[in-house]
Design a protein around this ligand. Structure first.
Ligand SMILES: [Zn+2]
Length: 164
């Protein structure tokens, strides 16, 4: 799902791009590579997918972030990875993503603050030398997500009671 959204940002890929080996598959660390592949194929623990897979399915507008629990914060990939203001996620993002990317590509932190989240994700995924850091970060965020129970919002009334 994330990959579909990223792909829509740019023009349709050529056949050679589609057939080219994906650079993330070249990552040597197994767990980070698996975490990144799972992110790109929507096989991840974030609420947007967990709520979709539940029975009965949770409406998308009620798949609220388990960390910040804000009414408009859908637990999408970009929210958890780049936007959520929860202290645990912000700490991880600063230490394991932004501080780690900066020496590899000075100016990355500024880009993070300037670009919309999906554009920043698209940028990082397009730079092969940034992928090991990003994949490790995705792996660590997924581990953190697994330690916090899914936040089930049962009704729209319950949704309205959440802070904005
Ligand atoms: Zn959040």
């Amino acid at each position: 799902m994330l990959w579909a959204r990223i792909s829509r940002l740019s023009s349709a890929p050529s056949l050679s791009q589609v057939c080219a080996p994906q650079s993330y598959l070249k990552l040597t660390s197994t767990k980070p590579r698996e975490a990144l592949v799972r992110l790109l194929t929507s096989d991840h623990p974030f609420g947007i997918e967990v709520g979709r897979r539940r029975s009965p399915q949770v409406p998308e507008h009620r798949r609220i972030c388990r960390f910040c629990r804000k009414r408009k914060a859908i637990e999408k990939e970009e929210h958890v990875l780049l936007e959520c203001e929860d202290e645990r996620l912000e700490h991880l993002r600063e230490a394991r993503l932004l501080d780690a990317l900066q020496p590899l590509l000075p100016g990355t932190r500024e880009l993070y603050h300037r670009l919309p989240s999906m554009a920043f994700l698209n940028f990082v995924l397009g730079k092969e030398r940034l992928l090991p850091v990003f994949a490790q970060y995705v792996y660590e965020v997924c581990q953190l997500v697994e330690t916090v129970p899914y936040f089930l919002v049962h009704s729209d009334t319950e949704l309205q009671s959440l802070d904005l």
